[in-house]
Every structure is written in structure tokens, then in C-alpha cells.
Design a protein around this ligand. Structure first.
Ligand SMILES: Cc1cc2nc3c(=O)[nH]c(=O)nc-3n(C[C@H](O)[C@H](O)[C@H](O)COP(=O)(O)O)c2cc1C
Length: 380
């Protein structure tokens, strides 16, 4: 039997065989390591590196590693700032300021450290985090984008933030740009920025997410950004989800949580187990870890935050505060205390498997669903 055929305009646009994309997931390189990205691209989809937590040269190394494994198209996703608070330029400077300016938040984090007897730890890379200039007079984001555009990468995806300054440079190099949006305002902003594809990311998604579920969001975004094509992200873990996304007007699927349980994914086993065992209600939205609404597995840190009555700090303060906490928890393998982002569709994800098998099952069940649907239509 030949290879199955499932083609949408996304395949032409990105030079891929199937309209299924591994969502960029930036867990300091662990969620979308080179092996996972390469496996999805080699399977005929588009593997996307979640590059947001990676210093520029580490990002370059991951891209080159993927390139050793496959010559198929790949993408890189970065979280660009829409606006950063007037923060000092480096992690260590932000840290110093946190203690002085936000003592209650600092105390919240220290109390947790004591409660769980976590060792003192700080995220070591002292990369430039704010709009202030770093190496070569460039911000972190400019440096990351420069790496992406100087390597063999076919797609740039902008998670949060405004990619308008990237688009002309990407276009000049033939790199396609995708922009994520959780509501109409952001979808229109992405179009204004000049993206080639809008990713409609629903409330059910894992990671940073908005407040509108995809059943309502996708058709609105499709109508609002027409003729710019839309890819659906959030709540897709089998072919019924892919087919539903296509029915709602999307031309492809952006899949995160379902690939977190791939053998190639390097998040801790405990985190994979939480996804395999967890139901939809186990993945809740909290702002404790980054300051922005993020869906992750419920844990005691989220509970403590909810009880604290504190308001989240603006970017990048809350994230830098809790990055150090996450680092401390990781050092003693308290994965239960670290953030484990995942989506409501985790309920459908019930076993780990090689990425190729996850991809093939998604593809086969999409074709099966579309066949089933077409068989209910008859002409009289
Ligand atoms: C562990 C994790 C990390 C994520 N990191 C990023 C990121 O760095 N950039 C981004 O644009 N989206 C990020 N997301 C969101 C995904 O790109 C995607 O929109 C989401 O996973 C889709 O929903 P699903 O999880 O239901 O498949 C992350 C999601 C998860 C689960």
C-alpha cells in the first residue's frame, strides 16, 4: 500500500507532506528536542523547535542537530515581547530588583523554598531578558531571530508578541512566518504584522493560552483574517480533532500536548505520567509561573499561589522569580513542584510512544474520520 494522502494548502505553503505541525514548546529545549522535531518533519509534518528559553548559541546548536537528522522543512518558535516592563537587562539584575521592589512576591517564593527544603539555585544563563541591549547591541530576541534567519530554517513562528519587525527579514530569506493568536484582536494584529499563517490557539491548549475555546475561535479567526490561512492549535490529539479543525476552516493542526509523551520528548517521566494519567480538569490555568495565563498540571505551587492573594508581576519579573524556583525543584528532582504545561486534551493521551507512531496514528485517524464524514453525504 502506498503512503496515505492528506493534502491541504498548508502542504504547498510549507513544503510538507501532511498538514500536521509539532507545536513549538519552549521548555528550555526539553519539550521539543532535536530528535522530536526531526522525527515529526521526517514523518511528513513540520517539526518546530520551541526556542524561547534557549540562549542564541544553544538555539543554533539545536537547529544544527536537527539538520543532522533530517533535511525536511523545520520551524523555530520564539516568544517575542509585545511589551516588556522597564526591567533591568539581565536575570541577575532583575533578581536583585525583585527583592527590593516586590518583597511579598520574593517572600512567597522563599517560603515555598523553605517549605520543600529546596536548595538555593539560580538559572545560570544570564542572558539579556529585557529590551535593553545585549551582545553586539542586540536584545535577546534580536539575537535569537538572527540565529533562526542565518540557519537552515523554513518557518518562523511567533508565540506571544509582535513579529512585525521579523516579517520583512524572514520574507527576504524565503522563511514563512506563523503568528499565534488567542482572540480576534491578536489575529488581526498578526495579519497587520504581515504573517503568512495565523495559528488560532484555543483556551483548551497547553502552555500560555487565552480565554476562547477553539470551537468558537477557529471559525471567527478564519473569517476575520481571510484570505490569510489559519492553522488550529489546542485540543487536538487525534484525527477527530484534526478533522474538526479542517471542518471549522483551518488548513492544518498545531499539536503540542500529544507529542509531549513521545519517547523523543525529554520532559521528565513524571511529567509524561501526569499527561498520560491526567484528565482535562487536572490542567488548569494559573499565572504563577510566568505572570501570564498558562495551562499546566495542577500542583501545590499553584494552590499556594491561589491562596496567597498576590497579583502576578509583569513580564519578565514573575517568570524570573519562578524560573529560579523551578531550577531549585529540578535540582532535587521535585518535578511535582515544577510547572508541567499541558492541555485539556491530555485526557485523550493515554500512552507514551515513539513520535513516528503518534504522528502516524494522528494521520490515520484523520483520514478515517474524513472518510466516515464523507460517507454520510449522498446525492439523491
Ligand atoms: C510544555 C509546553 C510549552 C509551550 N511553550 C510554548 C512556546 O514556547 N511558544 C509558543 O508559542 N507556544 C508554546 N506552547 C503552546 C503550544 O505551542 C501550543 O499552542 C499548544 O500546546 C497547543 O495545544 P495542545 O497542547 O492542546 O496541543 C507550549 C505548550 C506546552 C504544552
Amino acid at each position: 500500500m502506498g503512503r496515505p494522502v492528506l493534502r491541504t494548502p498548508l502542504c504547498e505553503l510549507l513544503g510538507i507532506e501532511y498538514p500536521i505541525v509539532l507545536a513549538g514548546m519552549g521548555s528550555r529545549g526539553k519539550a521539543t528536542p532535536a530528535e522530536l522535531v526531526a522525527a515529526v518533519s521526517a514523518a511528513g509534518g513540520l517539526g518546530v523547535i520551541g526556542g524561547s528559553g534557549l540562549p542564541p548559541e544553544e538555539l543554533r546548536a539545536v537547529i544544527r542537530h536537527v539538520r543532522k537528522l533530517t533535511n525536511k522543512p523545520i520551524g523555530v518558535d520564539l516568544l517575542l515581547p509585545a511589551k516588556l516592563a522597564e526591567a533591568p537587562p539581565t536575570r541577575s539584575a532583575v533578581r536583585a530588583e525583585l527583592q527590593q521592589k516586590f518583597p511579598e512576591h520574593h517572600a512567597f517564593m522563599r517560603r515555598l523554598m523553605q517549605q520543600y527544603a529546596l536548595p538555593d539555585a539560580v538559572v545560570e544563563n544570564d542572558m539579556v531578558v529585557s529590551a535593553a541591549t545585549g551582545k553586539g547591541g542586540k536584545t535577546l530576541h534580536e539575537q535569537q531571530v538572527a540565529v533562526v534567519l542565518s540557519e537552515d530554517v523554513q518557518v518562523f513562528a511567533a508565540g506571544l508578541g509582535d513579529p512585525s519587525w521579523v516579517v520583512p527579514m524572514a520574507r527576504a530569506r524565503g522563511v514563512r512566518v506563523m503568528g499565534l493568536a488567542g482572540n480576534l484582536r491578536n489575529a488581526q494584529r498578526q495579519v497587520k504584522a504581515g504573517v503568512d499563517i495565523v495559528v488560532s490557539q484555543g483556551y483548551e491548549a497547553g502552555g500560555h493560552t487565552g480565554s476562547i475555546a477553539n470551537f468558537a475561535l477557529i471559525p471567527q479567526v478564519v473569517d476575520a483574517v481571510d484570505p490569510i490561512p489559519v492553522v488550529a492549535g489546542g485540543g487536538i490529539a487525534d484525527g477527530r480533532g484534526v478533522a474538526a479543525a479542517l471542518a471549522l476552516g483551518a488548513i492544518g493542526a498545531w499539536v503540542g500536548t500529544a507529542f509531549l509523551v513521545a519517547d523523543e520528548c525529554q520532559i521528565p517521566e513524571r511529567s509524561k505520567n501526569e499527561i498520560v494519567r491526567g484528565g482535562s480538569e487536572d490542567f488548569a490555568i494559573s499565572r504563577v509561573y510566568t505572570g501570564k495565563t498558562m495551562r499546566a498540571y495542577k500542583n501545590e505551587v499553584i494552590d499556594a499561589w491561589n491562596k496567597s492573594g498576590l497579583q502576578p508581576l509583569p513580564m519578565p519579573y514573575q517568570k524570573i522569580l519562578m524560573d529560579d524556583f523551578n531550577e531549585a525543584a529540578a535540582q532535587v528532582e521535585r518535578w511535582d513542584l515544577r510547572s508541567n504545561p499541558g492541555g485539556q486534551i491530555a485526557a485523550l493521551v493515554t500512552a507514551t510512544a515513539p513520535a513516528q507512531a503518534i504522528f502516524d496514528a494522528l494521520l490515520a485517524s484523520t483520514i478515517e474520520t474524513l472518510d466516515r464524514l464523507s460517507s454520510v453525504v449522498r446525492s439523491r
